[in-house]
Design a protein around this ligand. Structure first.
Ligand code: NAP
Length: 333
């Protein structure tokens, strides 16, 4: 029997996820949608899906087995808590929530439920290249990981919507999460350095360099540049005791012409991570059908929230900002 899903938030990524749930993946049906903008919900709803006037009505509906949250970050807390109260598995786009207090509330509610219900949309963990990189590190043949370089470059960001805080509280969360996952370690402190600004970014604090200090003593150096003009360029290289493991540049057709020999660069995250998004939902559907969740958890969303808060503080103080996590509830082990 198909998993009947309700989607909350039908903006850019909500529409993309509805497309994959209806046209790419099997074992799932989008039976309901909700958006603060009812007209947008109607436009995005697949044939036969019900339009719900509120997220609460969608979550409570008997026809909805599981929920996908694609609304903006500040709305996630209330929607996640309602899903947990209704005991429904929920996929929530990043960020899990936008404050430490909210993350703790969601964690407490899930712990009280007694098992995981929430999966967070950190799709890099489902990308084939990242999975192969992790397998090499976990295999141990290169020794312990000592340093990781993570490069996150966007062609451009909307100048009217993207603020100077966002490289640190929006973009960085993917690099922070993948660092914790690849190195099997927690982040214990953050430093931020702001180099000469790119003229491409106008007044924006861009680029930024972030140092993540890991519990083991390993250090992660993250470059975030959000106006590089040439494309969406995600790189990663782990230096271990006896060797180096790196993400490959994506295979693409090699073009030879009057400008030289070159390969195309993905335009944006939708193109670069298209297979990873499909895979994260494949695995979510399997878990949600069993009333459960897999992959990135509320704990991982909480960790990313703490890193974002500490990074913003570090950008202002110029100092090393400590991160202290609460005890990890057993359901996340
Ligand atoms: P978006 O285009 O602004 O879409 C968000 C949609 O949710 C809008 O239609 C918005 O309506 C609606 N909405 C806001 N509050 C709501 C509420 N309380 N109930 C129901 N609908 C509500 O944003 P987006 O780019 O799709 O991003 C959505 C989420 O996905 C964000 O959390 C973002 O960080 C995340 N995201 C993740 C990735 C990834 O790589 N994993 C990539 C992109 C985005 P209004 O426009 O009227 O407010």
């Amino acid at each position: 029997m198909a998993l009947n899903v309700g989607v909350i938030g039908t903006g850019m990524i909500g529409q993309d996820h509805i497309r994959r749930l209806t046209q790419v993946l099997s074992g799932v049906t989008v039976v309901g949608v909700s958006d603060i903008d009812l007209e947008r919900a109607k436009m995005a709803a697949p044939e036969g899906a019900q339009i719900f006037e509120t997220p609460e009505a969608l979550i409570a509906s008997q026809m909805v087995d599981a929920v996908v949250i694609c609304s903006w970050g500040p709305a996630h807390e209330a929607q996640l808590l309602a899903c947990i109260t209704a005991k429904k598995p929920v996929f929530c786009e990043k960020p899990l929530v936008t404050s430490e207090a909210a993350a703790l509330k969601v964690m407490q509610a899930e712990e009280a439920h007694g098992s995981r219900l929430v999966q967070v949309g950190f799709m890099r963990r489902f990308d084939g290249d990242y999975r192969r990189l992790k397998a090499v590190i976990d295999g141990g043949t290169l020794g312990a990981p000592l340093m990781y370089k993570s490069m996150h470059r966007n062609a451009s960001v909307p100048h009217d919507l993207y603020t100077s805080d966002m490289p640190l509280n929006d973009t960085l969360v993917h690099d922070a999460d993948v660092s914790r996952w690849l190195l099997g370690d927690e982040i214990t402190g953050v430093e931020v350095r702001v180099p000469r600004r790119s003229k491409q970014g106008g007044d924006l604090r861009d680029p930024v360099m972030v140092l993540l200090h890991m519990g083991s003593g390993a250090i992660v150096d993250v470059e975030i540049s959000v106006n590089v003009a040439y494309g969406y360029d995600i790189r990663g290289e782990v230096s271990c005791e006896t060797g180096i493991a790196a993400l490959p540049n994506r295979p693409a057709t090699v073009i030879t012409d009057q400008f030289g020999i070159r390969q195309a660069i993905p335009e944006d995250w939708r193109e670069r991570f298209i297979d990873a998004y499909d895979q994260e939902f494949r695995e979510w559907i399997v878990a949600a059908r069993q009333g459960s969740a897999t992959g990135p958890s509320t704990w991982d969303g909480y960790a990313a929230t703490l890193v974002a808060d500490a990074a913003l503080k570090a950008a202002n103080s110029g100092a090393f900002e400590l991160i202290e996590m609460c005890n990890k509830p057993k359901i996340y082990n």
